[in-house]
Ligand binder design. Structure first.
Ligand SMILES: *Cc1c(COP(=O)(O)O)cnc(C)c1O
Length: 372
């Protein structure tokens, strides 16, 4: 098959030819032209959430988790106390990295199939004044549930707490308005809804807290304050930039703007998600989440109950037909996930559903009905 496989995963994901072609040039990290690309990209990233007045954006080498870790290390003082609102795997990862950064970490647990509750956070903060910062995962990619960012931000503001948002799988797709939603740090990455290639994250830091980040990080490389100061002074990245990733993201953001920005991206992903849900429902697959809390980013489906079902075989059969599925991330239930994001549209989602139907047929499974 000479066509690239379609990645139905939450990053890396399918990119356009234009984005791939942008990576065919080499760039020097000192070069003024490259630095101009970084500068323009930074300002465009701020514009995605209307953050030019209130925030700065600090890019960081590495996968998205590097930027979450750097945010905790840079924003939270070493004596700080972080409360993680936990309704899934990425929340648990955030709690773990907070602990490993040497910060006191507490977890407020919620059910995996429901959004976290701003009212429960409010009650918790009334009980425990020692919390200094809250961590929220905007879209919990482990299940696909959307968490109430605006409400959580309001509670944090009312209590005078810092807020770190992992918006990795929502940035560019779900609406976020930095003029109305108060956050100290908001983290995203190149290889998610902006449809770049993986390799860099970026953090929007509220201007008012940037100076207070100095000296917080115990890591040389994962220090957003140092990266920000150095970039402002020199226009350059502090250490070797992921040059090809940067120019690919710049090209991807250009296409994002041409498509119509966040509203257009959300509309396409919502259509992808609906096409997927309708097609899978016709095959009797059941989504893990109720529709009201499902973000149009990634869908978790229950595994078919049929004894012939095996994810590895299912995966291989779909792959043979050109589609890459994603394993589930729930500990209690057997599930799999299908991403709705990337440079794909309704036709690819229809083809993906056909590939799933063919895969079932090949495995001798009549339909996707889960155990009752
Ligand atoms: C993708 C993602 C991350 C980062 O994962 P990496 O594997 O480090 O890129 C973090 N949080 C969420 C919610 C994500 O979807």
């Amino acid at each position: 098959m000479d066509r690239d496989r379609i990645l139905l995963t939450p990053g890396p994901l399918t990119t356009t030819l234009r984005t791939k072609l942008a990576m065919l040039r080499d760039w020097g990290s000192w070069d003024a032209e490259f630095n101009a690309i970084t500068a323009q990209l930074r300002s465009q990233l701020l514009d995605v959430v209307h953050g030019a007045q209130t925030h700065v954006v600090v890019p960081l080498q590495g996968s998205g988790t590097f930027s979450v870790e750097a945010s905790v290390a840079s924003v939270v003082p070493r004596t700080g106390h972080v409360l993680v609102l936990d309704n899934g795997a990425y929340c648990k990862r955030a709690a773990k990295l907070t602990q490993m950064m040497g910060r006191r970490a507490s977890v407020l647990p919620f059910a995996e199939d429901e959004p976290v509750s701003a009212a429960a956070l409010d009650a918790h903060l009334q009980r425990d004044a020692s919390v200094t910062h809250v961590v929220l995962i905007h879209c919990e990619t482990g299940t696909g549930v959307e968490n109430p960012l605006a409400e959580v931000a309001k509670v944090c503001e009312r209590h005078g707490k810092g807020l770190i948002v992992d918006a990795m799988s929502s940035f560019g797709a779900l609406p976020i308005d930095a003029r109305r939603i108060r956050f100290d740090a908001l983290v995203a990455a190149s290889g998610k809804c902006l449809e770049g290639v993986p390799g860099m994250g970026f953090v929007l830091l509220r201007k008012a807290i940037v100076d207070s980040c100095a000296g917080n990080s115990q890591s040389l490389a994962m220090d957003l304050h140092d990266q920000q100061v150095y970039m402002e002074k020199t226009g350059q990245w502090r250490f070797t930039p992921p040059t090809h990733v940067v120019v690919a993201l710049a090209e991807a953001v250009q296409q994002f703007i041409e498509e119509g920005g966040q509203p257009a991206r959300l509309a396409r992903y919502a259509d992808n998600c609906k096409t997927l849900l309708d097609g899978m429902a016709a095959l009797r697959f059941k989504p893990f989440l109720r529709a009201e809390v499902q973000a149009p980013i990634i869908v978790t489906f229950h595994a078919p109950a049929h004894p012939a079902y095996d994810f590895k075989r299912f995966y291989a059969a779909a792959k043979q037909r050109g589609f890459i599925l994603y394993p589930g991330k729930l500990t209690q239930l057997e599930t799999f996930r299908v991403g709705c994001i990337g440079a794909i549209g309704r036709n690819q989602m229809r083809e993906a559903v056909n590939a799933v139907a063919d895969a079932l047929r090949e495995m001798g499974i009549p339909d996707g009905a889960p155990a009752r």
